[in-house]
Design a protein around this ligand. Sequence first.
Ligand code: E4P
Length: 217
Amino acid sequence: MKIFLDTADIDQITSLMPSQMVDGVTTNPSLIAKSGRDIKQTIAEICTIVPGPVSAEVTATDLATMRKEADVLSAIADNVAVKVPLTPDGLQLCAELSAQGIMVNVTLCFTAGQALLAAKAGARFISPFVGRLDDLGQDGMGLISDIVDIYSNYDFATEVLVASVRSTQHVTDAAIMGADVVTIPPAILGQLYKHPLTDKGLDAFLADWQKTGQSIL
Ligand code: E4P
């Protein structure tokens, strides 16, 4: 399963690239707003740091304007995935861009029916928002399971990109279900490394090692 970082924070992305765990980046208008920076400059910088797909979202809602925005965003770099909302106009643009060989990430997916339409529109990625469904008391990961099954039934090439991730449990559940990608806030990548027994075990090994008086170097 690929891991994308869900952030527009260049410093955080730069610091996590050497870990070899980061396969791509997703941004959205809220994350760009949080960065306080220009969208085109920010996406261009991220694309030089991260060789994998970097999602940049259109902000218009009508087809004609979204088309123009998509042209600007996709021209920034070859690894830009244009992010479009799951609306009729968004899916029409998805079909057009996909036919041109441009990666499209269809965002704001909350039902399996919506995911089916995105796959039929040729999306490279579908982004179901699990955390926002959980927030409403609904079953976010149940939606992932349904979409993985539907895409497998029909051999759709669209990758299931689990978004709105709130916990490491979401990440492991996504992997168990066979999702293609999970996009996570940088803090959750840090949490994935951690277990108290790892820390405790390491302390004990090091204490025992010190008693031997040996040195490997
Ligand atoms: C990613 O593509 C989404 O925009 C993001 O995961 C949404 O997460 P949120 O629900 O925490 O805002």
